[in-house]
Design a protein around this ligand. Structure first.
Ligand SMILES: NC(=O)c1ccc[n+]([C@@H]2O[C@H](COP(=O)([O-])OP(=O)(O)OC[C@H]3O[C@@H](n4cnc5c(N)ncnc54)[C@H](O)[C@@H]3O)[C@@H](O)[C@H]2O)c1
Length: 387
């Protein structure tokens, strides 16, 4: 295979964005060959491409080697598993499933087809400042993890956003709110940088800022196995909002805020000085430098290129689909903990959350909502958050 023939399933905000990226030639050795969507206007937008209303018809067409699944969350594993059975490589939009148990089924289905590539659209992994932070952590410059603190409240969404698709902000349509949707990217980053915590305690408010049944305000307390602690705060109701990530270790600190990445190195590791100094008020000398990085033009295009390169055998995946389980597990656990009003140890019991979620769906008033297609700068929305 010299080029990957791609099909995109789901042509809403992000599916159309990906289609335009590929059609603009931004992904080498990749051709968009077909699309499938239930949006009636999508056919007119891509008049030169074979159009299917049902994913199965696209998969059976013989036109594609790989599919990018950009439908609402619940369908990612359903459609992805059908694609594996049809012998197609899969790139799933985030989250890879609406809840952990479905993510496990998706991953198990892929394990039965190890010859196929399974990627997840976790494009923050391609952002150069997060890569610089990961490098710093991995080479030991921070020492042992002490604390992670992320105020991540610049995901503001107006009511018009929630009214733009029927599935949004409902238990049945989305399986949660800001945790499974907007800040899922940040949860992926949190675990990609600091590893998975051992337990979480969530404090979520449902419909605090919007007339929705799921959470739009989150405060979580996290604990890692080594005793490190953390807080993660997010919402879709604040302006200006903040995106401040601070990771402290025994040898220093990383601080990301306002597009700047500051790294502080302690002259002596805190744990060493603590044990050895005779000075009752001694503190290690600390030196701060600004780390430089070149912002990427399109993290989504990098992830797609990486997926294509992985299929063609020239690159390992930056975001393997199986790693998508971590962010959805964190999202589910924070919400579950909040509803149960107690800490949840990880790994989360996926079956327990699945049955709780189905109960939430069963008792949901399922408010009928007027669906409006609202124009907006999708690309701008995630670009501003990543910076
Ligand atoms: N990676 C990112 O930056 C990013 C950004 C936005 C959205 N997303 C994710 O992408 C997914 C879609 O989000 P969106 O904002 O584009 O939603 P959307 O509602 O705008 O679009 C969803 C599309 O899927 C289509 N669809 C639904 N069921 C289908 C089916 N069975 N077969 C074919 N088409 C079907 C709909 O017709 C619609 O066109 C969500 O899971 C979301 O979390 C990711």
């Amino acid at each position: 295979m010299k080029t990957v023939r791609l099909g995109i399933i789901g042509l809403g905000n992000i599916g159309r964005f990906h289609a335009k990226t590929v059609m603009a030639g931004k992904v080498a050795r990749c051709e968009l060959k077909a699309v499938a969507s239930r949006s009636p206007d999508a056919r007119d937008e891509f008049p030169t491409l074979p159009f299917f209303q049902e994913p199965e018809a696209l998969m059976r067409s013989g036109l594609v080697d790989a599919v990018l699944v950009a439908t609402p969350h619940w369908q990612h594993p359903q459609i992805g598993m059908q694609a594996f059975a049809a012998g197609l490589h899969v790139m799933s939009e985030k989250p890879i499933a609406a809840h952990k148990a479905d993510a496990e089924r998706f991953i198990a289905a892929h394990q039965r087809h190890p010859e196929l590539v399974f990627g997840g659209m976790f494009q923050f992994r391609a952002e150069s400042h997060y890569q610089a932070m990961r490098q710093w952590l991995r080479n030991g410059s921070l020492g042992e993890l002490v604390r992670v603190s992320w105020i991540n409240t610049d995901w503001f969404r107006p009511d018009a956003y929630y009214a733009s698709s029927e599935w949004r902000a409902t238990w049945e349509g989305e399986g949660g709110g800001v945790l499974v949707n907007q800040c899922l990217h940040n949860l992926d980053m949190l675990q990609w940088l600091a590893g998975m915590p051992a337990s979480v305690q969530g404090f979520c408010q449902l419909g605090r800022f919007h007339d929705i049944e799921v959470e739009d305000d989150v405060t979580a307390y996290l604990e890692w196995a080594n005793g490190a602690t953390g807080t993660f705060i997010s919402s879709t109701g604040e302006v200006p909002g903040t995106n401040r990530l601070e990771i402290s270790g025994t040898r220093g600190r990383l601080l990301w805020e306002n597009g700047r990445l500051l790294a502080t190195s302690n002259a002596v590791e805190t744990t060493v000085l603590c044990r050895t100094t005779a000075d009752a008020f001694a503190k290690p000398q600390a030196m701060t430098t600004e780390l430089s990085f070149v912002p990427v033009e399109s993290a989504h295009a990098i992830l797609l290129q990486n997926f294509v390169n992985a299929i063609l055998g020239s690159e390992p995946l930056l975001a393997p689909g199986a790693e998508g389980i971590h962010s959805i597990e964190l999202a589910n656990a924070i919400l579950f903990s909040s509803l149960e009003r107690q800490a949840v140890n990880l790994p989360l019991d996926g079956a327990a959350w699945e049955s709780r979620l189905h109960e939430l769906i069963r008792v949901s008033p399922k408010r009928a909502r007027t669906i409006r297609s609202v124009p907006g700068d999708v690309a701008g929305s995630f670009r501003s958050q990543a910076r």
